[in-house]
Design a protein around this ligand. Structure first.
Ligand SMILES: Nc1ncnc2c1ncn2[C@@H]1O[C@H](COP(=O)(O)OP(=O)(O)O)[C@@H](O)[C@H]1O
Ligand SMILES: [Mg+2]
Length: 337
């Protein structure tokens, strides 16, 4: 039989598998169990060999900018696809997982590396500190969190306060019923004033709880049947901008809100480009952390207590850590804003 000889075409997928074996396979010394196709990465599921050392594996992954997730039984080496899919929020809003969630304040964080929807309850977090450089997708992410809340909780039960020192990315909310007051844009003084009003509102609400001998907003609603204590979500798109102009006041307000607001139904979502510029006080009071791609391993440590975020993709890719737990990788969704 005639056989033709000639150059062999290697597909992108094959190239990725070769990369895996050349770059990290030898460090893992195990066998590849499965390759699962996610929207943005391939998940190489590997059973490590008996003598494989986690540190060696971590080092090899880091040298080649791969993210890994591991349990005692297996390692998931996540290798970016050549072309990533966009994860659309609108599609996730229609899933049965979101429609049937029992979260009080459900927020769609995005999808995991396998493409499974990730939903959190902001009521439980109860605040979130998010770090990332310009262009990584923070404003789109915040808009998608607000849209998740809007589609799950009526405006009578949940209000938004939006502080956007850059002043460009939240115009879609301008005449939305969920907005509690006009958006605060560009004006650091007005932003600090707004934060101060929030601290006063916290005190007023505590007074009401005390008068009714209840401990939190849920008990208050049950006991009084009143609708005068909707949940409030305060979004600050870039807190470092505020701190440079009104450092002390911003810090005091954020600290007060972070420490006291949960019982009275108020939640903070704060973005920053510079985790190193945040004070220890703010960080200590905001244990739920999100990091987009970090500049360095040190920046990742500052946000999450461990390295890793430096190996994320430049856009819409996060590590989420809930009160010091092991960070989980999530691809954030896209929404027009
Ligand atoms: N989840 C996403 N999927 C795809 N592209 C995204 C996503 N999030 C953001 N982007 C792209 O990145 C750009 C910058 O996002 P933006 O949220 O404005 O960044 P930041 O606020 O961090 O500077 C957006 O205009 C959009 O094109
Ligand atoms: Mg932005």
């Amino acid at each position: 039989m005639d056989t033709k000889r000639g150059p062999v075409m290697i597909t992108n997928e094959q190239k990725i598998i070769i990369d895996y074996y050349e770059n990290i396979g030898s460090a893992i010394k195990g066998h590849l169990v499965d390759i699962v196709d996610g929207p943005i990465v391939y998940n190489f599921i590997v059973k490590p060999g008996e003598n494989s050392k986690l540190n060696t594996i971590k080092k090899a992954a880091s040298e080649h900018n791969y993210m890994i997730a591991y349990s005692s039984k297996q390692i998931n080496v996540q290798i970016p696809k050549e072309t990533r899919q966009v994860v659309f929020l609108d599609k996730l809003l229609k899933t049965k997982e979101f429609k049937n969630t029992d979260a009080i304040l459900p927020i769609i964080m995005g999808v995991d590396t396998f493409g499974e929807i990730m939903i959190k309850d902001l009521r439980k977090l109860p605040h979130m500190l998010v770090c990332g450089r310009t262009g990584c997708g923070i404003s789109v992410f915040f808009n998608s969190l607000l849209k998740s809340l809007k589609s799950a909780v009526p405006a009578t039960e949940c209000k938004f306060i939006i502080i956007d020192p850059k002043g460009a990315d939240y115009d879609i909310w301008k005449s939305d019923k969920h907005l509690m007051c006009p958006m605060v844009k560009l004006d650091a003084k007005a932003a600090v004033q707004k934060l101060q009003e929030v601290t006063e509102l916290i005190d007023e609400r505590y007074q009401k709880l005390q008068n009714n001998k209840v401990k939190n907003v849920e008990e208050y609603k049950k006991k009084t049947n009143k609708k005068d204590m909707p949940y409030i979500v305060v979004v600050i798109d870039e807190v470092a901008d505020l701190r440079t102009s009104a450092k002390k006041q911003t810090e005091l307000c954020v600290q007060y809100v972070a420490q006291k607001a949960r019982a009275v139904g108020i939640h903070l979502i704060i973005g920053t480009q510079r985790p190193d510029a945040l004070s220890g006080i703010i960080k200590a009071n905001m244990p739920t952390r999100v990091s987009f791609q970090a500049r360095t391993g040190v920046n990742s440590m500052q946000m999450l207590g461990e390295k890793g975020a430096e190996n994320l993709l430049p856009n819409a890719d996060i590590l989420f850590s809930d009160a010091g737990r092991i960070p989980v990788r999530i691809h954030t969704p896209y929404v027009e804003c």
